[in-house]
Design a protein around this ligand. Structure first.
Ligand code: 4NP
Length: 154
């Protein structure tokens, strides 16, 4: 079965949909088959499309994420995904709090993948402007490159 990767942020309307998009694009470009999804620890935005600023940032990179819809992370995710990446340390803490006793999924901090960024957050652009969304994209794309490199070496 192909590797299954879930990205988790707070609302699933800004950072994790961009991470999903960046990895989808890089996986396609590298010819690697991955199952990719995203979710939020919170429920406020369930059913909503990504923030218009996240949609615009993804589109700047040629990726249309307008059809994505936010969902909340659920216990089943810890069985159906191999790896769950938290977009910041708070999300990581919240993920551990809702994880079942024996999760199959490995739960990790996304930026730990990026040299020099271990332990750090993908900037939360929700209260920021388009520059913050661009910075968040750069972060998730750098991590996506590392994920693709991992699978390319196999
Ligand atoms: P995300 O951004 O977690 O990257 O999707 C946020 C979305 C919503 C809120 C905060 C961050 N909020 O406070 O509603």
């Amino acid at each position: 079965m192909q590797p299954r990767i879930l990205f988790v942020c707070l609302g699933n309307i800004c950072r994790s949909p961009m991470a999903e998009a960046a990895l989808r694009a890089r996986a396609v470009a590298a010819g690697i088959a991955l199952t990719i999804d995203s979710a939020g620890t919170g429920s406020w935005h369930v059913g909503n499309p990504p923030d218009p600023r996240a949609q615009a940032e993804a589109l700047r990179h040629g990726i249309d994420i307008s059809a994505y819809r936010a969902r909340q992370v659920r216990e089943e995710d810890f069985r159906t995904f191999d790896t769950i990446y938290a977009l910041d340390p708070y999300n990581l803490r919240d993920l551990h709090a809702v994880a079942p006793r024996r999760p199959l999924a490995k739960v990790a901090l996304l930026m730990d993948l990026v040299p020099g960024r271990a332990g750090t957050a993908v900037i939360d652009p929700f209260y920021g402007d388009e520059h913050d969304f661009a910075a968040a994209w750069d972060d998730v794309d750098a991590a996506a490159a590392q994920i693709v490199a991992q699978f390319s070496r196999r």
